[in-house]
Design a protein around this ligand. Structure first.
Ligand SMILES: *[C@@H]1O[C@H](CO)[C@@H](O)[C@H](O)[C@H]1NC(C)=O
Ligand SMILES: *[C@@H]1O[C@H](CO)[C@@H](O)[C@H](O)[C@H]1NC(C)=O
Ligand SMILES: *[C@@H]1O[C@H](CO)[C@@H](O)[C@H](O)[C@H]1NC(C)=O
Length: 474
């Protein structure tokens, strides 16, 4: 285990150094940005996209100071990755009685959907009510997809009846033109291409809700029409970089390790669909693919080396207001949370000098960023998860040539760059996979054992004084 870690850090260091020789490029980038600045920040077709930011999970009724940091980062483009607002209504947890709404034996739902009119009011709280977001909208192009809470209901899929109404309200929020084909299709998936020939970025946003079969069905995630559209978008693309936005995580399968306590939605929960996703990327020979995702209420960078013939990264940024460590404040929750995240195996998580110590996730409010250096040779892509001040807290520098089909097979890298992130969480031995459950039940056993011991000792003690005086008197 320790050896693995050391080797992994070494690999990331090597990954970095292959890019960091090109300092001149950064200088040119700054110059270039100054030029872009003069034209305002909305990207023109003939200008390459250099600064992108993204985020997810924002409570429209709470203060959202994170937008100040996004504004300061000054992106050309902002991508909403879902839970852009929290539309559904959540009842307080009830653990007992007929109205219990949590746990495996719950009787009533905990989440309730709302009307399209109420949905619009909630979107407006973000669109017109968060001053720094209003400022961002004025200077930056904003695009997005949705996740469950803005779709209308926690963990909802294709069965959700309000989905068509939700789609129109969401597209109003994004200022989609009234005659846009996106309003007539089923679901909010969309693709955008930016930049001149040779420096093109294609952003493909998936809809993981509208067509999704029930969880645990291993059914469809995208639905046949969206699958065909997705394949077409890749096949007919001449972009150098493909950023694929999915509301839920693609690479990490957190649920494989959080059983039986809770499960987190992810592509891993639909193994057949995830295999299909990698197969489509292989079949279309898509190059420069990087996934971005949200949903989980923490930031994380993961990487899978055995899906494509080059490393596929998943940059998770979540949330803009909703973050695990901010919610679990104070003793003992913060300690339990730190312990659990330290304990969990993370075969896909990327470790580097920025977070050499476990667990290498970021549990406070955050947003994600890309800085693409087109002037560098080779082209580099800086990916980061940033904190509320805009300071990078997780990050990697990727070289574009390393994200090309055949990378793992090429002679120059063979031997020096081993595929490391390949073991699926689900394939780990049980004592590692279920380490959370193991710890929990061990703690319960110790606790109950201690209680029983104390009880027995107490009983023995109670019985003694009543016996011994009588014995002594005799
Ligand atoms: C959003 O924030 C408001 C105000 O802090 C709070 O009352 C509400 O419960 C939050 N909603 C969610 C879904 O967390
Ligand atoms: C992810 O974990 C779930 C268990 O929660 C399992 O059913 C599924 O097969 C796993 N997916 C993959 C791709 O390993
Ligand atoms: C796939 O892409 C790689 C690198 O971009 C290229 O070298 C190769 O020729 C392509 N293969 C096909 C079948 O198009």
């Amino acid at each position: 285990m320790k050896q693995d870690r050391a080797a992994e850090d070494g690999s990331n260091a090597r990954f970095k150094s292959s890019c960091s020789r090109w300092r001149l490029g950064s200088f040119l980038l700054v110059l270039h940005l100054l030029v872009v600045e003069a034209h305002g920040n909305i990207v023109q077709v003939d200008e390459p996209l250099t600064r992108i930011s993204f985020g997810s999970c924002a409570n429209q009724s709470a203060p959202q100071p994170i937008w100040d940091a996004v504004l300061e980062f000054d992106p050309n483009l902002f991508i909403h990755l879902g839970d852009n607002i929290y539309a559904d209504i959540k009842d307080p947890n009830k653990y007992f009685g007929k109205e219990r709404n949590v746990g495996p034996f719950k009787k009533t739902p905990r989440f309730w959907s709302i009307s399209p009119e109420a949905l619009k009011i909630k979107y407006d709280l973000l669109k017109h009510g968060q001053p720094s977001y209003v400022a961002l909208r004025k200077k930056t192009q904003i695009i997005g997809t949705w996740d469950d809470h803005d779709y209308g209901l926690n963990d909802a899929g294709k069965e959700y009846e309000g989905k068509d109404a939700s789609q129109q309200v969401m597209l109003d929020f994004l200022d989609e033109a009234p005659d846009s084909p996106r309003r007539k299709q089923q679901g909010v998936y969309a693709a955008y291409t930016y930049g001149p020939a040779g420096k093109k970025v294609k952003v493909i946003l998936l809809d993981t809700r509208y067509h999704r079969d029930p969880i645990h069905s291993d059914g469809t995630m995208l639905g046949e029409i969206q699958w065909r559209w997705f394949e077409n978008e890749l096949r007919n693309s001449d972009a150098q970089i493909h950023i694929i936005g999915s509301s839920i995580q693609v690479v990490s399968n957190f649920s494989a390790m959080s059983q039986p306590f809770f499960s987190v939605e992810s592509w891993g929960m639909f193994p057949s669909e995830r295999s299909r996703l990698y197969a489509v990327l292989r079949d279309t020979n898509a190059s420069g693919v990087i996934f971005i995702s949200g949903d989980v209420h923490f930031g994380e960078i993961t990487r899978f080396d055995c899906g494509l013939t080059y490393p596929v990264y998943d940059i998770t940024s979540s949330g803009l207001t909703e973050a695990v460590e901010d919610k679990a404040k104070g003793f003992p929750w913060s300690i339990i949370l730190t312990y659990c995240s330290w304990l969990l195996p993370e075969t896909m998580r990327v470790h580097n000098s920025r977070c050499a110590v476990k667990p290498c996730i970021y549990g406070h409010v955050n947003f994600g960023t890309f800085e693409i250096n087109w002037e560098a040779k080779p082209v580099t892509i800086n990916v980061n998860v940033r904190d509320i001040h805009g300071t990078p807290v997780l990050g990697e520098t990727l070289c574009l040539p390393d994200l090309q089909p055949g990378y793992f097979k090429s002679k120059t890298v063979r031997g020096s760059h081993v595929q490391r992130h390949c073991t699926l969480e689900y394939d780990l031995p049980w004592y590692r996979k279920y380490i959370l459950a193991f710890n929990f039940f061990a703690a319960v056993t110790v606790f109950v054992g201690a209680l029983v011991t104390l009880l027995v000792l107490g009983v023995v003690r109670l019985m003694r004084p009543s016996k011994s005086p009588t014995l002594k008197e005799d």
